[in-house]
Design a binder for this molecule. Structure first.
Ligand SMILES: [Zn+2]
Ligand SMILES: [Zn+2]
Length: 369
């Protein structure tokens, strides 16, 4: 009898507790339902504020490289077309305009309105496709009254003319809608700034040399895309080189001598061959020929590693990754690269920020996307 009474009491307590919990849950659900709009508004406002505060971030003095695009023409879920944002003190430059990269530049928190110039390595579509968007965002995002400089080897005039023409109607609509004070008509588009190089295989030209920043363009070999160049940045004791597209070449080795970070393009021929061997299954009839051709004008990870070793670079970052690469295949992609270079090798994905603080030897990497 006593046990029955205590069971009843326990059941009663359990029932009361259950009713209490259910009541609280009902109140919470009803509150959320009634105040849904206010709650979502508060969440959205917080997200907007965080985005703007993130954009206003200021790095310490130094050289920074933001990898806004690390892929190549084949679609890769982790990589849009090649694009590297370089920040040196107060200066902001972009190297190449791979498709999709303008969005990543914004998502990574770089203020595109501050960009002084866009440097092009060569004029294959995967390096120029986002130029129109980039010029537009830089103009409209900052009410810039002067078009952005587009620096590149000879031929850049043709590319810039084409984009200016294609985006001409859009610029007119925006001026008509937002007004000339917000989007000054004089600032739309870009201004081509071609440079020449001598016929020497290792030719180079200094493009900028002021305020502690030196930018050098040098020849690489991506024939028949000619001329193709890489870029070297030197700033307050720190340095980096971006290869652009190239086969292994002496000129790059020479100009990358001793740099902190070498960003080298990379394709794994054994994996391209695997795609080639299955190309007959693809609905794309040109895939077999294209995958047979690709290895002839790019660099394997092992070859990039040998260059990094020979040039005594401190950190090798592989980008312009070919073929599209799910992370599970990273080891296969790198092959024997580590045998040839004993420094760190980073296989890039979009969103990486590499930081080189001024006058130090520190190299740090973080993922911003
Ligand atoms: Zn190319
Ligand atoms: Zn390319």
């Amino acid at each position: 009898m006593q046990r029955t009474n205590s069971n009843k009491k326990r059941m009663g307590r359990l029932l009361k507790a259950t009713i209490w919990v259910v009541s609280v849950l009902v109140v919470i659900v009803l509150t959320i339902a009634v105040f849904q709009k206010q709650i979502l508004t508060a969440v959205a406002t917080k997200m907007i504020r965080e985005r703007f505060l993130n954009q206003a971030h200021k790095n310490d003095d130094g050289l920074y490289a933001g990898l806004a695009g690390t892929g190549a023409p084949f679609p890769d879920i982790n990589r849009v077309g090649p694009c590297i944002v370089v920040e040196a003190g107060d200066h902001l430059y972009i190297i190449d305009a791979g498709p999709g990269s303008t969005r990543n530049i914004g998502l990574m928190g770089f203020n595109i309105a501050r960009v002084e110039a866009i440097l092009l390595t060569h004029f294959h579509s995967d390096h120029i496709a986002d130029l129109g968007e980039m010029m537009l965002q830089r103009w409209a995002g900052g009410s810039n009254a002067k078009p952005v400089d587009i620096i590149g080897p000879k031929g850049v005039e043709t590319v810039v003319d084409g984009f200016n023409h294609a985006y001409g109607l859009d610029a007119g609509y925006r001026v008509a809608f937002h007004g000339a004070a917000t989007v000054p008509p004089s600032g739309a588009g870009g201004t081509a700034r071609p440079f020449s190089l001598s016929s020497a295989e290792e030719a180079s030209v200094v493009l900028v040399d002021e305020g502690g920043l030196r930018i050098t363009a040098f020849k690489v070999n991506h024939s028949p895309a000619y001329p193709a160049v890489g870029y070297r940045f030197d700033y307050k004791g720190r340095s980096l080189v971006v290869s652009g597209d190239t086969v292994p070449c002496q000129s790059l080795k020479k100009h990358a001598q001793g740099v902190d970070v070498l960003f080298h393009e990379a394709q794994q021929p054994s994996m391209i061959k695997m795609i080639h061997d299955q190309a007959g299954l693809s609905p794309n009839p040109s895939l077999a020929k294209i995958t047979a051709d690709i290895p002839r004008y790019h660099t394997a990870p092992e070859e990039a590693a040998k260059i990094a070793r020979d040039a005594s670079v401190k950190h090798l970052v592989l980008y312009h990754i070919l073929p599209p690469l799910p992370p599970v295949l990273n080891t296969m992609f790198l092959g024997d690269a580590a045998k040839y270079y004993d420094g760190p090798i980073t296989l890039a994905v979009d969103g990486l920020l590499i930081s080189l603080p001024a006058n130090s030897d520190k190299i740090s990497i973080k993922q911003l996307l």
